[in-house]
Design a protein around this ligand. Structure first.
Ligand code: DQA
Length: 138
């Protein structure tokens, strides 16, 4: 069974409450339960942190043994050389995802330190971005 982990960055623990007009009204925990039941062929784990170094530590921990990593680094996408380097340094394929289409938002969201090192990028499909990323591992 393929082992996949979803890693969410800062403020994504507030999904459901945070700017629902952009990010929707479903909590990630509820979405995650649905996702697991839709894809019983995968062993899917979930990790969230608001702390840059914890996200880097988790990428190091899983990045040489898991079959896939679905990463929404949230705001750190646009600022973190360290997370970009971590993605480059590990061997598991990383799919970068975003809930919103960052290209139709503020200019500072148009740059990603993750994308050059990701296997692929999926954005703008709401929480469906995670489902599409998961499908890429089938
Ligand atoms: C986000 C987009 C980022 O620009 C933002 O900082 C987030 C969420 C998204 O999933 O749409 O926190 O990664």
């Amino acid at each position: 069974m393929k082992k996949i982990i979803i890693i969410n960055g800062p403020n994504l623990n507030l999904l459901g409450k945070r700017e629902p007009e952009i990010y929707g009204s479903e909590t990630f925990e509820d979405f995650f339960e649905t996702l697991k039941s839709q894809y019983p062929q995968f062993k899917i784990e979930y990790f969230q942190s608001n702390i840059e170094g914890e996200l880097i530590d988790k990428l190091h921990e899983v990045g040489f043994s898991y079959d896939g990593i679905i990463l929404n680094a949230a705001a750190y996408t646009h600022t973190s050389v360290g997370i970009g380097d971590a993605v480059k340094g590990i061997s598991s394929p990383v799919i970068e995802v975003h809930i919103s289409n960052t290209y139709n938002r503020e200019e500072f969201r148009h740059h990603s330190f993750i994308s050059p090192n990701a296997k692929g990028v999926i954005l703008g499909f709401g929480l469906g971005s995670y489902s599409l990323a998961l499908q890429s591992f089938t």
